[in-house]
Design a protein around this ligand. Structure first.
Ligand code: HEM
Ligand code: HEM
Length: 123
């Protein structure tokens, strides 16, 4: 699962810095939070998940890691897509998407923690 996390993290990195660049060029900082979280949950967190799963294959090869991967990669686009659209359109109804996406991401993080606590050992 480590390699998959690292590869997809790089895609989020590209999306986040392009958004940051556009924000800077057009002087519109309304999307700062989207840029920040795509960078931090997409690039930084996923690169860390990937490196940790590569470093500790006992944890990286589990079903837990697979479920964590999918929860993070389903939750994050829902969370940040809803936030992006809400800022763009002002539609308050999209808050439910932000909440559901965030809960999915948090659930994934809890599986990650459980996985590390149970399957990471010093060799
Ligand atoms: C070429 C790369 C990048 C560009 C052009 C860029 C651009 C920007 C811009 C224009 C803002 C808004 C600043 C403001 O509201 O005053 C911003 C905010 C932010 N950026 Fe970036 N950024 C880049 C890379 C990154 C990276 C790699 C990270 C994290 C790993 C990051 C994290 C943040 C955070 C957390 C904020 C929000 C700061 C706040 O709310 O005070 N950025 N960025
Ligand atoms: C499901 C996970 C997360 C949720 C629900 C969440 C939620 C939030 C919320 C509600 C804010 C305030 C936004 C605003 O004032 O516009 C915020 C800001 C911030 N969060 Fe998160 N966060 C999450 C994960 C993270 C992670 C993993 C990091 C860092 C590794 C992070 C770094 C930040 C930073 C730097 C800010 C201030 C920058 C900004 O958005 O303007 N967050 N977060």
């Amino acid at each position: 699962m480590g390699v998959r996390f690292i590869k997809i993290a790089s895609v989020y990195f590209a999306i986040a810095v392009i958004l940051g660049l556009v924000m800077g060029i057009i002087h519109n900082f309304a999307f700062s939070s989207v840029h920040a979280h795509i960078n931090l949950l997409g690039w930084v967190s996923m690169a860390l998940f990937g490196i940790i799963y590569c470093l500790f294959p006992n944890a990286g090869k589990t079903k837990l890691a697979n479920t964590h991967f999918w929860l993070h990669n389903i939750g994050l686009p829902i969370m940040q897509g809803s936030l992006f659209l809400q800022i763009l359109t002002g539609n308050g109804g999209l808050t439910i998407g932000i909440i559901i996406g965030s809960l999915i991401v948090v659930l994934g993080v809890l599986l990650f923690v459980f996985n590390l606590l149970n399957n990471v050992r010093s060799s």
